[in-house]
Write a protein that binds this ligand. Sequence first.
Ligand code: 9MR
Length: 361
Amino acid sequence: MAAAGLPLGCARGQPAQPVASLPPLRQQARAAGRGFGAAIRSEILAADPAYGALFAAEAELLTPEWEAKWEALQPEEGRFDFAPLAPLLAFAQANQQRLRGHALLWHEAMPPWLPAALGEGQARARGIMETHLATVLAQTRATIRDWDVVNEPIANPPGSDNPQPGDNPLRETPWFRALGRDYIELSLRSARALDPTLRLTINEYGIEEATPDAEIKRARMLGLLRHLLERGCPLDALGIQAHLQMRRPFRADVFARFVGQVRDMGLAVLITELDVREPDALAPSIEARDAAVAARTAEFVGAAVSAGCRNVITWGLSDRDSWLVKEPAVARRDGATTRGLPFDDAFQRKPMWQALAGAMR
Ligand code: 9MR
């Protein structure tokens, strides 16, 4: 009989199995031909055995939350450092997990030298890009077969958080300023030439929800993808981050239509960074809060899976280590801990875990 925890819906008349005794998410997803995973951090892995045990049990896919960003891999020009990434590669190998690469080109987590060097002319910028891709892809070739080549290339439209002024559909990053919109195509072509069977992904946020700004961002993304594919640019997948916000409406039909449009272009679509930001005004009980997060997760992941997304990755597993709690810009102002991931602070499965299990089955 179910003691602690909520019963998972089961056949009428049968006792519910306690949630803690159900097979882990990676197993449930795999049984349905899907992949479940989460973002992981090497410094926590080194310090906390329980963290490693949780990831080993529950996640089949792993994304380094920081360790494969430019700041980590090339902190000074020409000095590459794979030491922070190495323990994650070893961990993945020991636990039969696949590591995704995140991210080759991004306007954040840049080491201080990089934006300055990119301002030194087109040839210099191309050289820097080529060297980074060649070195990193050669080093990770045997272990990472899927990279976010470009992260967050689309400009935030008016009405979104941090909008970009003007009507450029692309984000005006140091890469854009150095090389124009072709920086995206150049990086994808270069990655394909360096490693012909590597899976190339563009990753983006703010394209999930039913708001006018997300609608514009989706249109901008479709425009970029169409442009790249028309030019014969190599590209395999769109990663949809899915940092969902409860204060924003979600509509399964709107989201599924977008996923369908991308898949109709011949691209795979995967969910890369799922978590849920709770509303400003919280329900009075933890139970009600968790039920709301679980309902949004079930709706979102259900729509994604039905629309053909095979892989779902959450941005961490436990609320304890979530950027939603640690990052001052997104942490709650009322001091409450955002409960936006499938496990609580004590690594107990939450209703969001059940929602993920249900949707992935
Ligand atoms: O969660 C990540 C946080 O720990 C890092 O400090 C930050 C900068 O490297 O990046 C966060 O992850 C971001 C991801 O790489 C891209 N999408 C948005 C994520 C949350 O900011």
